[in-house]
Design a protein around this ligand. Sequence first.
Ligand code: GDP
Ligand code: MN
Length: 343
Amino acid sequence: PEQEQQKTSTIEPIEAPLASFEPDDPVRACFVILVRNRELDGIASTIRQIEERFNKKYQYPYIFLNDDDFTQEFKDTTSLLTTADTRYGKLDNQMWGYPSFINQTLAADNRAEMAKSGVPYAESESYRHMCRFQSGFFFRHPLLDEFDYYWRLEPDVDYHCDLSYDVFKFMRNNGKKYGFNIAFREFGATVPSLWQTVMDFERDRPEVVKHWPVREDSLWRFVTDDNGESYNLCHFWTNFEIASLDLWRSNDYLKFFNYLDQTGGFFYERWGDAPVHSIAASMMLRKEEFHFFNDIGYRHTAYTHCPVEPEFRSKCSCNPDDNFDYNPGLSCYSVFKKALEES
Ligand code: GDP
Ligand code: MN
């Protein structure tokens, strides 16, 4: 083996070829929707808007995922909302279930304890499975194998603006890996030990971290105000996400996810997929690989991103006064902007 190594080491390393494509080449992309049967009306509402605003022109397929079997009614109703392909998948208990190393009694005790804090979903077991699935598994579901980019959709949200270009081609052609439209501050009580775990990973796995951009080139300052002492709780909302699947499928991210997972923090605390995605992307990607989708007006629960520029008034149905971007205290959009500008 030693000899072989010597032989190969004299050969000039071949530059990895840049992914070669023409700007108009089709993109392997889909909508991905984790949803329950009882949320049929809510997801139908979302899909009607997505079709009207965007997809009737582009025909990207919809991938529906569920920890349960989808009902025939769910499949019939959703497939009639679009002329694009619709596919339905069930999660196995690797993707949705307790790993063997989790102490479920401890998890239950911690949930009961967290309930006193008034944090949303403090007591919910399924919410924790959901966050772990969205953090570490959706991109490995076999139904997503054939795709390179995804747009995550949720029930009961609003898409307010007409889009007249292919957002997936935009992502690929501009080297974008992560797109968002709302940046939020997390409830600290859900992630007490997350940041320390991330720091431990950096210390324990230098062979992984060495692939990552230097701090100045990354979006590091989006997630920490004190150069790594603590997490500032900023994250991109993942209920809307347009991103590269390869980002999460990379060995680096999988090692990162596994390291987090084995601490049990998804169950003993209530780590959200949003802080996990955001911290990872902020360390693993270069600044230019992020994109703020200002033109995708969007509402999830009580919060709206509405583009304020006059040109959008004819394309969007939202009220720019509702725009969340500069919400004091809650929005992290200005932290994002600063992180982009500063080194
Ligand atoms: P929030 O946005 O953080 O308030 O959480 P949601 O309740 O909206 O859940 C996020 C996404 O996961 C939504 O698309 C839900 O439909 C989906 N989801 C949440 N819990 C479950 C679950 O137990 N089973 C399935 N199949 N989907 C779920
Ligand atoms: Mn939601």
